[in-house]
Each structure stands twice: as structure tokens, then as C-alpha cells.
Design a binder for this molecule. Sequence first.
Ligand code: COA
Length: 390
Amino acid sequence: MTGKPLVSIVSAGLSKFGKMQGLYGRELFAQAAKEAFDRCPNLDPKKTVKALFVGHMGESYEHQGHTGAASANWAGLLPVPAMRTEAACASSGVALRCGVLAVLSGLYDVVMVGGVEKMTHRSTAEVTEFLAMASDFPFEQWHGITFPGLYALMATAHMHKYGTTEEQMAMVAVKNHGNGVLNPKAHMQKEITLEQALSSRVIAWPLKLFDCSLITDGASCLILTKPELANKFTDTPVHIIGSGHACDTIGLYERKELTTLNAGKLAGQEAYKMAKTTPNDIDVAEVHDCFTIAEIIAYEDLNFCKPGDGGKLVEEGITHIKGEIPVNTSGGLKSKGHPVGATGTAQAYEIYLQLTDQAEKRQVEDAEIGLSHNVGGSGATATVHIYKRG
Ligand SMILES: CC(C)(COP(=O)(O)OP(=O)(O)OC[C@H]1O[C@@H](n2cnc3c(N)ncnc32)[C@H](O)[C@@H]1OP(=O)(O)O)[C@@H](O)C(=O)NCCC(=O)NCCS
């Protein structure tokens, strides 16, 4: 018996992910909100949605802060109280967690949670600098290390300790690009071969171009309500039965261990316990593959396998879309794209589609229980949510 529903998702929306030239982030958020409202005709947004929590990493990209009010305005929700949450790439995982807390508190019956980021109008050098702001300034950024550099340190530590190979990392990329082809909203819908991944240019050794997630524009959102109200709005709700959130040192240099993300592990443990589930119960998962090594570490932190066996899991096809635990059916951050503030609720959107049989070509048969895992920075923040078909 799984844990009881904490809150229910009654609708969800996602903008197209990619290079969305000529659009502001707020317009992408409006697209995502419109899809969520269109999917749920029984819900009158202006009357019913009582608060908005929106994840947004950085004002540097668009020279625009105050994202809560701006997103509420463009979603047509004014004058609802709107709050921005910021936790680097886990900004909207945290927005989702805040929405769960807000509904559970009894203060609001219906809330919207989501996230947005507009990145591609900036040069890669600028984006790299803005992203690096989520690492430690005096001991990391100041010395010039970037996110590919930080995850490269984790990758080499993993290779050294467990014998994980560049081929295994490339297999994550091949799998996720394959899934992205099945997702019409993915940024890059391009199948790649192992040879292509392995021979792509080095970004920060051992990470190559195809080991890195994409710089993307996009927005995502969900509408949450109390489980007892869910059927008022839809016949196919998805219940959130577990929510976990934990933090770690912002600097990688302060960690005892580079081959695991403790925040991810702790968030997973909290969510599994609340949901009264084990990794064996998970039918489909979206995990934070900002770099291919991060997906391998996520398998281990979420106990899909034991520490050190993550590379083998992908090699044996267990996380393939037709495998025992399909991971990143959306294409993941690798191929669907990684508009950092929008990623956490975009992962939840994919699980919502899977558990309501709306994932079309990438539908996992008979999926009942799903999991999403969202990481901020080099692991200073992590959220894990567990979902059940309503
Ligand atoms: C890897 C990275 C540096 C490449 O950027 P770049 O060198 O400026 O690449 P460009 O934008 O000039 O693109 C060159 C080509 O590579 C492709 N490309 C860019 N990034 C790619 C990626 N991550 N994966 C696959 N292909 C990619 C482009 O589509 C383009 O292809 P085309 O020539 O067929 O059009 C950039 O994608 C990156 O920084 N990714 C990581 C983002 C990140 O750190 N996020 C936060 C994680 S914590």
C-alpha cells in the first residue's frame, strides 16, 4: 500500500522547448499556463487559482527579476499572490515543493507551480558565467571553474573509484537523444550514435559535447489541488504521494565524496518514506541529467542500483524506454533541453503525461508510479517527488 495523496495534479502545461527567438520568458510562461488551462476546462483560472510559485534562476539572462508578479500577470492570474523560488537548476523543483506545502497547510485549495528561463539569446560565454553564479564564488567561480568543469570532476572521481567508462556516459546521451526524437516539444530531436557521442569535441574532459545538457528557452507549470477536490476538475488526476527536499554545501570542494550527491540521496529517502514506496515500485522516472554522469549518479542516489553500478544500468538497457525503469522518456535535459528555472516542473509534466496515458509515442505501458529528481548547481539543492496515477 502506497502513502496517501498529499496533493493532486489536475492539469499541466509546457511551452515548446528550444531557441525561442523573439519571445520573452514571460510569454513562454503564458504558453505553458494556457496549455494547462485548456486541458482543464472545468477550472476557471482567475476564480480558482489562489497562488503562484514560479521557479526562475537568474535575472541576468533577461535583465529581469520580479518573476513572480510578471508570470502571474502573463498567465492572466492577477492579483494572486505570486512568489519566485530560486535554487539554481532546482528552482522549479522547489516551486513544486512550495506548492505542496501551501496546499497541505490548508491556506490555499488550488495553486499553480511552474518555472521559466530564457537563455539562448545570450552567448554561450555569458550563459556559462550566469550559470556559474550557482557555484561558490570565492573558491570556485573566482578560479574560473564552470559547471561542465565541476561535473567533470565528479565524472573522473566516478571513473577512478568505480571504473565507470566514457562509453557508459555516452550511452546515457544516446538513450536520451533517442527519447527526445519521440517528444515533439523537445529542443533537439536528433538521434545520435555512440561513435558520434564519443567523438564529439571535449568540453571539460571526460565530458564531451553530447555529455552536456542544452542551453534552452522554455517554461512549464502544473495546477495542484487538495486530493478531495481533484475530481471536481478532472477525471484523471495524478496524486503526489511523496515529496523530498534537501541541501548540501554549495561548493564541491567542501564535500567528503564526489561520486554521490548527498542532497539527492536524502531527498529521495524522504520522498520514498512519505510515499511508502521503494525503487522497485517506480515505473517511470525523470532524473536530472544536466551531464550524463549526473544521470548515472542519480540512479545510484535513488537506489535504482548500488553505488558504482549506474554505468552498468544504462549499459544493460534497464533505463531504456522499453527497460525495467525507463528514465528520461522526455529526452531529459540532454535532448528535451534545460531551461534551468523550468526544468523541475517540466520533469513533473512528463510524469503527469505518463500517468495519464498522454505521452503518445513515448508512453510507458501500465505506468502507475513515477518519480522526478531535480538538482540545483553541483548538488547543493535537490528535490524528489513521487507520483501515483489517480
Ligand atoms: C556544451 C556547450 C558548451 C556547447 O555550446 P557551444 O560550444 O556554444 O555550442 P553552439 O551553441 O555553438 O552549437 C554548436 C553545435 O552544437 C550543438 N550543440 C550545442 N550544445 C549541445 C549539447 N549540449 N548537446 C548536443 N549538441 C549541442 C548545436 O546545436 C550546434 O549544432 P549545429 O552546428 O548542427 O547547429 C553548451 O551546450 C553548454 O554549456 N551546455 C551545458 C549547460 C549547463 O551547464 N547547464 C547547467 C547544468 S548544471
